[in-house]
Design a protein around this ligand. Structure first.
Ligand code: ZN
Ligand code: MN
Ligand code: MN
Length: 277
């Protein structure tokens, strides 16, 4: 399996961290995820990133967008800022040679799901059109559905995928903690199979480009987004054994976003590797 972790410290640190942990794939923030004003990627940083990457065995590298971005917002100022920030995120990825930016579909903040989905589609089309010659694709992440967040049903992602103009530039990331909190029960073999059958029917495995491999501190169906270390949460160890041995997912990067990363990412990686048969 293509295992890896989210890495902190941005483009200057990511590949070093990934190498040290023996990651097959990594995720990073290209800029501070809690700030609107982005850090620019200098030519020097991009050159170093690309040469370190070429010398490593890490592939692919994926980006996660800023936490502030909400391209489904019905509030004009936030919406405008979010579209602009996503546009710049795509440009930073292009400069670094990163093929995918993962993002949360966004929250409707009171306007209702139908309206939120409509704004999401308009935003995706806007940003994709502004970066029309870019080879960077957007991955929509399945969410826990906390608050007014969209993306907690596979149907939400399918709705957006059907309506974007550059469909070849949209994929999906499945977060195990999020889908579990959203009400997809993967704790039994039957539930695991049913969940992935639904995923394939509604979204299609060919659009699945990344997993976020997290256990859940939140309870089943709670729609609360709280990650836990592998085997220590409410999903438990067994479903991760099935995932790690599922031939359908051999080529899909599986990225850890578990808590206490510095201490626990090496531990969680080892747990997952030991589950591989
Ligand atoms: Zn995320
Ligand atoms: Mn995630
Ligand atoms: Mn989360």
């Amino acid at each position: 399996m293509k295992l890896g972790t989210h890495t902190s410290g941005g483009p200057t640190k990511a590949i070093g961290v990934g190498n040290k942990l023996g990651c097959d794939s990594i995720q990073l923030f290209t800029s501070n995820p809690n700030r609107w004003r982005p850090t620019e990627i200098t030519d020097e940083v991009a050159r170093k990133f690309r040469s370190d990457w070429a010398a490593s065995s890490i592939d692919p590298i994926l980006s996660h967008d800023s936490y502030l971005i909400n391209i489904a917002s019905s509030k004009p100022k936030i919406l405008h800022q979010s579209r602009r920030a996503l546009h710049l995120e795509i440009e930073r990825c292009a400069k670094l040679g990163i093929p995918y930016v993962n993002m949360h579909p966004g929250a409707h903040v009171g306007a209702g799901e139908e309206e939120g989905l409509k704004i999401l589609v308009d935003s995706l089309n806007d940003v994709l059109a502004k970066t029309i010659n870019s080879s960077v694709s957007i991955l929509l992440e399945t969410t826990a559905g906390q608050g007014t967040n969209l993306g907690y049903r596979f149907e939400h992602l399918r709705h957006a995928m059907d309506r974007v103009e550059q469909q070849e530039r949209i994929g999906v990331c499945l977060d195990t903690c999020h889908i579990f909190a959203a009400g997809y029960d993967i704790r039994t073999e039957e539930g695991y199979e049913r969940t992935f059958q639904q995923f394939d029917q509604i979204i299609g495995f060919q659009h699945l480009k990344m997993f976020h491999i997290n256990d859940a501190k939140s309870t089943y169906g709670s729609r609360v987004d709280r990650h836990e270390n592998i085997g220590k949460g409410n999903i438990g160890l067994e479903p991760f054994r099935w995932l790690m041995n599922d031939p359908r997912f051999e080529q899909i990067p599986m990225i850890l976003e578990t808590p206490n990363s510095e201490e626990m990412h090496p531990v969680d990686l080892k747990i997952l590797r030991d589950l591989e048969e």
